[in-house]
Design a protein around this ligand. Structure first.
Ligand SMILES: Nc1ncnc2c1ncn2[C@@H]1O[C@H](COP(=O)(O)OP(=O)(O)O)[C@@H](O)[C@H]1O
Ligand SMILES: [Mg+2]
Length: 377
């Protein structure tokens, strides 16, 4: 099922009485979540992710705007009639009930002609348990299971009514690192098998990148970019998105476009072929760690269409396949930042050298307006 937002907005009164302005938790959402996909809602804490989920499932009512499930306007439909399954960060299982009863719980309050017999409820619970592969644990209590198993029970409980939409609010944050990776693969598998339109909320860019068909990057209630994970990484719309995706993070410098060429300090980085018709101005320049290529041969010779980049070498960290070259630059966006280039460990970098010179891969260099922070190149 497709979810469509039209001008969806949620404002809260500010809890800080001294501030009059309201908090805009969700700011004018106008986009579609395609049918049968897993969509990652990604952004820093407080950017409105949970509020967006609560609006989809009906736990919050919007201040303005509408939500459609396919062509049905569900904006005024109560949560229990929307056919949405929700999994929260804290699994919120009932500690005194075993797994089977926890999963069956949402079926027990159905009224009228929706009422189910005990046999049907048990069959549905077993079916949901099979999807998340916990059918052997049906008699356990929550405290007799690992965090990962408890989270599967919570997912089975959200699936038991066969929802039209599955919403997961930071479902992995209570798990340790290894279980997090296992469980996120599991969620991907479950979504693939059931083909239920799923919205997965996280502040962890790696998590969002690894399982989403489509990522929605948010900040301060607003959507900054929507795209496939690799598209958003390779073609960030603005400086915020570029900085939010990628580990180690993108390196950001101040620079300028002069005579149709891109400079960081004295170094000419991109020539006219890349700068094209962007007019002369001050800019921010983002370079991905993998965009640096150690310069061979004579240093400082501007030999081609694109120039090179000079920096102070701070450290060389050899880590198996890759080597991190840590450096500082007078032109850092934030003074004192330790920047990182990732190069193949086949390179021998002299850790005693005071200086380092790089060529750059133009595909990994992004140029942003200093004013709007929107991407120019
Ligand atoms: N019930 C509420 N009352 C007032 N402000 C709220 C309420 N719920 C959320 N907010 C505010 O709305 C913003 C978004 O919150 P939330 O959706 O929980 O963000 P996230 O899930 O991305 O961390 C925050 O500034 C938060 O303080
Ligand atoms: Mg939240």
């Amino acid at each position: 099922m497709r979810i469509k937002f039209e001008g969806l907005t949620k404002r809260f009164p500010n809890r800080n009485k001294k501030i009059k302005a309201e908090v805009v938790a969700v700011d004018n959402f106008t986009f579609e979540i395609p049918d049968g996909k897993l969509v990652g809602l990604l952004g820093p804490s407080g950017c409105g992710k949970s509020t967006a989920l609560n609006l989809i499932c009906g736990l919050e009512t919007p201040t303005e705007g509408k939500i459609f499930f396919d062509d049905d306007d569900v904006t005024d439909i109560p949560a229990e009639n929307r056919g949405v399954g929700m999994v929260f960060q804290s699994y919120a299982l009932y500690p005194h009930l075993n797994v089977k009863k926890n999963i069956m719980f949402p079926l027990q309050n159905l009224k009228g002609d929706q009422k189910l017999t005990k046999e049907v409820m048990e069959a549905k619970a077993l079916e949901a348990a099979k999807i998340v592969q916990i059918e052997e644990l049906m008699d356990r209590k929550p405290n007799e299971m690992s965090g990962g198993q408890q989270q599967r029970v919570a997912i089975a409980r959200a699936l038991v009514k066969m929802p039209r939409v599955l919403l997961l609010d930071e479902p992995l944050s209570n798990l340790d690192a290894r279980l997090r990776i296992q469980t996120r693969e599991e969620i991907k598998r479950i979504q693939n098998e059931t083909e239920i339109t799923t919205v997965f909320v996280t502040h962890d860019q790696e998590e969002a990148m690894s399982i989403s068909d489509l990522i929605v990057v948010m900040k301060d209630g607003a959507v900054h970019q929507i795209g496939k994970p690799q598209e958003v990484y390779d073609q960030p719309a603005n400086l915020f998105v570029a900085k939010f995706l990628g580990t180690p993070p993108i390196n950001v410098f101040t620079g300028k476009i002069k005579n149709g060429q891109l400079y960081i300090g004295e170094d000419m980085l991109l020539g006219k072929d890349y700068v094209k018709d962007v007019k002369d101005q001050e800019v921010f320049v983002g370079i991905r760690p993998e965009g640096f290529v150690l310069r061979e041969g004579k240093d400082g010779v501007q030999d081609g269409k694109n120039g090179c980049f000079h920096a102070e070498l701070l450290a060389v960290e050899v880590m198996g396949r890759d080597t991190s070259v840590v450096f500082s630059s007078a032109d850092s966006e934030i003074a004192g930042t330790r920047h990182r280039a990732i190069v193949s460990s086949d390179n021998n970098v002299d850790p005693e050298a005071k200086k380092v010179a790089f060529d750059v891969n133009p595909k990994k260099v992004f140029v942003f307006s200093k004013e709007s922070q929107e991407r120019l190149i």
